[in-house]
Write a protein that binds this ligand. Sequence first.
Ligand code: SF4
Ligand code: SF4
Length: 346
Amino acid sequence: MSVSKLNKQQFGQFVDAILAAGRKVVGVVAKNDRFVFNTLKSAKDLRLDYDVTILSPRKYVLPQVEPLLTFEVGGDAKSVKQNEPMILLGIHPYDLIAINQMDELFSEGEYDTHYMDRRKNITLVACDVAKASKNVFASSMETAVADKGYDILITDIGDAYLLDAATEKGQALMAYAKGAAAATAEDLKKRNAIQEANKTGLNKHKLNCKPSYLPKLMETAYNHPVWEEKARLCYSCGSCNQVCPTCYCFDVQDRVNWDLKTGTRVRCWDGCLLENFATVAGNHNFRKDRSARFRHRLYRKAKYVPEKIGGQIACVGCGRCVTACTADIANPVTVYNRLMEERTIG
Ligand code: SF4
Ligand code: SF4
């Protein structure tokens, strides 16, 4: 489709026009000295110059707690859908790729109508990274730029924004952009330079192999001592799971109301590092050891999920787990590089 150009003032008017039309917009705003995705009230609050958000936009495509159905003893269960239309504005490419991966995972095999109905109502407006965060390694994971998967991609080229509307949803949103001009060859050159710089520059931790090699690397790493060594320091707090844009494991719970007759079945975030994650009926925990849980997370990123979605690695290099881990052991690059150094295969 087409790439348009809006100067900074016009861009603010574009966002405010969307808000004035009553559309729900979730964008990146400052919170103390960090950034979060939150419901946007005004264009002046939007920060497309952010480095990274504390939590990823996953919480909008897969809410922390989501009602699935309501029930009544002796009565019928009624399906509940939480799929309010919204525009997610300012998603970095690595987070966009994580959402695209989740779309594949929730639509393959058992098609998840709760997730997919919500996703169909969400417009994804991505933006190229303007500032590297302290632990990002998206360049190593080849997720620093995105050439698909968005409805609109925004790039800050200095005095203006370029908006690449790639889908019908994106084109429809551009109706709010007054005074947009077509991007010139010079504008596109600037955008290209920003994206090329990000391809190598978002790399505070360097993975010593191509990400596509990781599934092969993991084939012989199951009994490596690194799992036990790292896990000795692990608090099983689950923070690395909670902040991760690609973690999608959930628990399903029945919450009974005070009348003891009615209730709601909810799905809520879970995390494979939490001690009870793998506890099943009979109180049997098939991943009781911390080392087994620690290993599982990194196998999932590098082998199990890639096997489901055509080899895509389920770590997009956002660096959030590195920042969140009090014990300083969650960095996937540190572990994968160690396995690379001590590998027994070619
Ligand atoms: S494993 Fe860590 S760096 Fe990789 S996507 Fe998850 S939070 Fe980001
Ligand atoms: S954040 Fe660190 S300490 Fe907490 S569960 Fe993850 S690896 Fe363990």
